[in-house]
Design a protein around this ligand. Sequence first.
Ligand code: UTP
Length: 297
Amino acid sequence: MPRKVRKAVFPVAGMGTRFLPATKSIPKEILTLVDRPLIQYAIDEARAAGITEFIFVTSRGKSALEDYFDRAPELEASLRQKNKTALLERLEPTNMDSGAIAYVRQHEALGLGHAVWCARRLIGNEPFAVLLPDDVIQADHSCLAQMVEAYEKTGGNMVAAMEVAPERTSSYGVLDVSGGSGRVVDVKGMVEKPAPGTAPSNLAVIGRYILTPQVLRNLNRMTLGAGGEIQLTDAIAQEIEANNDVHGFRFSGQRYDCGSKAGFLQATVAFGLQHDELRDEFQIYLNDLVAQPHAAE
Ligand code: UTP
């Protein structure tokens, strides 16, 4: 049985240019879906998968993220004094055990592979997960938990995969699949952002990974890939050649690309419609809007 996955890396050092001007002063990962920032969804998913050590790769201007996972003594005292227990409970998921969260800086945004490499000393020599918080996955059972369960049988490296329309493959890392059935597929090749018409399949990699420490050693070579960036996909693909132990995992759930404005809006609607306090009112509003597009003006 492979070693337990205890650590997860959250690369949050990107510039989030697709959300400018908002991201000039607010980290993209603090943008809020209904009432929780994107990063909270990723942390909850990781916790549900048994992760106990959380490593953030941050950059300048991201201090709001560190504050979010810190205690807020004045706020807590004020809520306690007013007996606002329900509100205090809402803060609970933001509390981290002392020492469970660590921050490391990526001084220059050289790519996702480089961001993960920046965490190498905190990861050490054990398998680890990577979660990109701008991929939000709505699922009955945490996507990373599904992957951890599959990984316990396969070991090696595992990437979350989903089918995308052929014209969208050039925005993703794409898998070349050799076999396997059901949720786990064997991967014989991976290509980051293939030129239109050249993708080996329409099975795209999305932002959840379970990786061996060998991937970190591959990243030591600092090879530049697509877009002139140090790509995580390339470092994982080297493991196919060296050890043939990369698996794709077709997760069950709905993924939203909250790194894009359209995806973020879709997620807002989906999560709004699932929210206990909002569902009914929001549903009525949406029905009216569809029936009478100018009603909202
Ligand atoms: P994106 O490609 O979505 O990049 O990175 P971005 O810079 O955040 O956003 P745009 O494209 O400018 O709008 C995917 C994930 O990888 C992290 C990002 O923070 C995001 O979680 N990342 C990317 C890094 O941590 N460092 C990098 O150098 C690049």
